[in-house]
Write a protein that binds this ligand. Sequence first.
Ligand code: ATR
Length: 282
Amino acid sequence: MAITGRTRLAGLVGWPVASSRSPLIHNEWLRRAGIDGAYVPLPVAPGGLRIALDGLRAAGFAGVNVTVPHKEDAFRLCDTLTEAARACGAANTLVFGADGLIHGDSSDGEGFLRSLRAAGIRPDAGPALLLGAGGAARAIAASLLAAGAEVSVANRTRMRAEILRDELRDAGAGPVSVLDWDSRGDALPDHALLVNTTTIGMAGDPASSCALDRAPASLAVADIVYVPRETPLLTQARARALRTVEGLGMLLHQAGVGFQAWFGVRPEVDAALERMVREDLA
Ligand code: ATR
């Protein structure tokens, strides 16, 4: 669709943004829905977020996604924040309101919950064990707590898991238990869901983030790594006939949160969209 004076604009602010798949995903949704809109990559160097947001808002943008290195700055620059953004201490989905305010949300946790539900897994089915203690772990832990699950976190560097626990408690997200990294495999019988949020298993890394020998048959296993599609953890889980959730779903579903806010339609995450993104990643 041609860009005109009526085209509704959104985009991705980050540094770098050239390799992001977000424009591909959003513009495909716009095309499918026949919406007069466009989603553009917006490279903004570190330190430049405030002036970029002022300019984009003045230019009539509906809102933006914000990625590395600006997510914490975005959190500070927003006028209002959702519970999810507060729990994460970061905002990645900004809406420029008609009221002149910047409304900030964090879509990663919601994206993760949607990807679980799309796989037929209830987030509150039982206690969840998260591996890792970075930003993704924080967002996912907050969303699982909000959905009513008990959450434990194990991280190679235990102190980071303790900091994550304290930050979530201080943000009012809820209580998190910290487990020793070396006890993660033994803790599986007490859990209904295992989520790898570490980088273990990314392309070229043959390691599995957790041995599943002690996994109960009811355990669901999710990995947020999406290249490769099937990580060593998911291979192991499938060999044991456990239910699995691939990482690409979270990326696609979290994109849907912003799309809905800017363009007014909840987009569909289907096999054709996943295939399109996979082919682009290949
Ligand atoms: P995010 O992208 O979610 O913000 P991050 O801050 O880059 O993540 O953190 C990556 C996570 O992967 C961390 O939990 C890291 O563990 P440490 O805190 O101990 O560094 C984890 N991680 C990366 N490689 C790992 C490995 N080989 N073994 C165990 N954990 C690993």
